[in-house]
Design a binder for this molecule. Sequence first.
Ligand code: ZN
Length: 106
Amino acid sequence: MDCKEAEKKIPSFLDDELDGRGLAEFVEHIDDCPECMEELSIQFLVAEGLEQLEQGNNFNLQKALTWKLEDADDKIRINRALRRILLVLEAAVVVVIAAALVIVSM
Ligand SMILES: [Zn+2]
């Protein structure tokens, strides 16, 4: 993912609309790209910080953004784990079918 794409995805990320591969690629880019991280911080402040401040809540932007990114990491990890389980299940099904074919042809 390049900076242009990442920048376009910032609002979706802030709305929790990114998922799966899109989310993984976005976070991967943000982790290595200080410019996009800065852009994300700014948009995050605008989108959520002002709202929180208006409500009179004490708001720690850096902490809140860190939480959000950690949340995304969790989501990515869960997605990867699920995908791995699916792959194992698929492999198991293939083995069962192969075994069944062998038995039938005996
Ligand atoms: Zn970038």
